[in-house]
Design a binder for this molecule. Structure first.
Ligand code: ADP
Ligand code: MG
Length: 329
């Protein structure tokens, strides 16, 4: 560990020449010029040691994940990433921790051309708070931003990618189920290094009627979208189960169906997108999925009556509960 103060630490690990920013790190404020005609989309997410990650988590992947969960919010809005700020509380100025953290953070930031423009650094229990800024084309009331509130009865309900691995990994790491090491490693990838669906979100602009990213669990997060839209939904349990990545490879451990359903329906931390679109746009949605190299699966439809109904293959309503993650529940 090199002896250093707060400002050396920032200079060594986080300060880079400004690119798009007019003023970047080093002044009291950063100054940004959004593209002409664009609206800003802004979101904040905080990761707390012991709450959102194990205190001994690999700093490289922690840097990745701290930004990924924020980019996922931009993805849900269909926004193009621009810039972010980083507020860090650190127990100590440990270069051996900060260097890989910054590498993981910047690797993902550079992949999305998203610039670090400022932040704050203090001593305290490890806590990482990022605010991300993106842009969506105007005009119109919200510009091109996808919102939670636009779902209409008759719309299809889709989910991107795969679900359940992050929860499977967490359950295995905390001893609630056992997975062979190679399968745990595969599932853990999703827990440690989520992929924000930024390209899909932008490709869905003008197609999706509503969207949300899945951080706390499919059913709970979709319920937020339904509440904001004032509608309900029918979700097909088997279609949802087809979202599981686990079980797709020969030799994957056979796990009980209730465990798999719980991973898919209430497991959090997957950072996929759930979105709705009218059936007339099915082909266009598939083109958007292809263009963004992100598979999407139709798992249900929007209903006028309130509430989310989970249906089995025979169309019977399942009454099991699949609660989402809630920090204060
Ligand atoms: P102020 O006292 O005005 O809040 P600071 O002295 O805390 O500013 O920070 C100095 C500069 O370093 C500012 O431009 C701030 O945005 C930047 N900065 C501080 N911490 C970080 C960080 N963790 N990552 C990136 N930039 C940072
Ligand atoms: Mg400060």
């Amino acid at each position: 560990m090199q002896p250093s103060g707060e400002f050396d630490l920032i200079a060594r690990h986080f300060r880079r020449p400004p690119r798009r920013a007019i003023v970047g790190i080093g002044d009291d404020c950063a100054v940004l010029q959004p593209s002409p005609g664009c609206r800003l989309a802004i979101s904040t997410d905080m990761l707390v040691a012991g709450r959102h990650f194990f205190p001994d988590a690999d700093p490289h992947w922690l840097g990745h994940k701290a930004l990924a969960v924020n980019l996922s919010d931009l993805a849900a809005c269909g926004a193009r990433p621009l810039a972010f700020t980083l507020a860090l509380a650190l127990p100590q100025a440990d270069d051996a921790w900060l260097a890989p953290f910054a590498r993981g953070l910047f690797a993902l930031a550079d992949a999305h051309d998203c610039e670090l423009i400022g932040g704050d650094t203090t001593r305290g229990p490890l806590n990482i708070c990022i605010t991300v800024m993106g842009e969506v084309p105007g005009p119109g009331q919200h510009g091109g931003a996808l919102l939670r509130s636009g779902a209409r009865p008759g719309d299809d309900l889709y989910v991107s990618g795969t679900l359940g691995d992050a929860r499977l990994a967490l359950d295995a790491l905390q001893g609630r189920l056992s997975l062979p090491p190679e399968q745990l490693a595969r599932a853990r990838q999703r827990l440690d290094a989520p992929t924000p669906r930024v390209a899909l979100g932008q490709a869905l602009q003008g197609l999706a009627s509503a969207a949300i990213d899945l951080s706390d669990g499919l059913l709970g997060d979709v319920q937020h979208l339904l509440d904001a839209s004032g509608v309900g939904a029918d979700v097909h349990a088997d279609a949802a189960l087809s979202l599981l990545a686990h079980g797709r490879q020969p030799g994957d451990a056979a796990l009980p169906r209730p465990t798999l359903l719980a991973c898919v329906l209430s497991g959090g931390d997957d950072y996929e997108l759930a979105f709705t679109a009218p059936p007339s746009l099915r082909d266009a949605v598939q083109v958007a999925a292809l263009r963004s190299a992100t598979p999407v699966t139709r798992i249900g439809s929007i209903a006028a009556r309130p509430g989310l109904q989970l249906l089995d293959a025979q169309g019977r309503v399942l009454t099991d509960r699949f609660p989402s993650f809630d920090h204060f529940a």
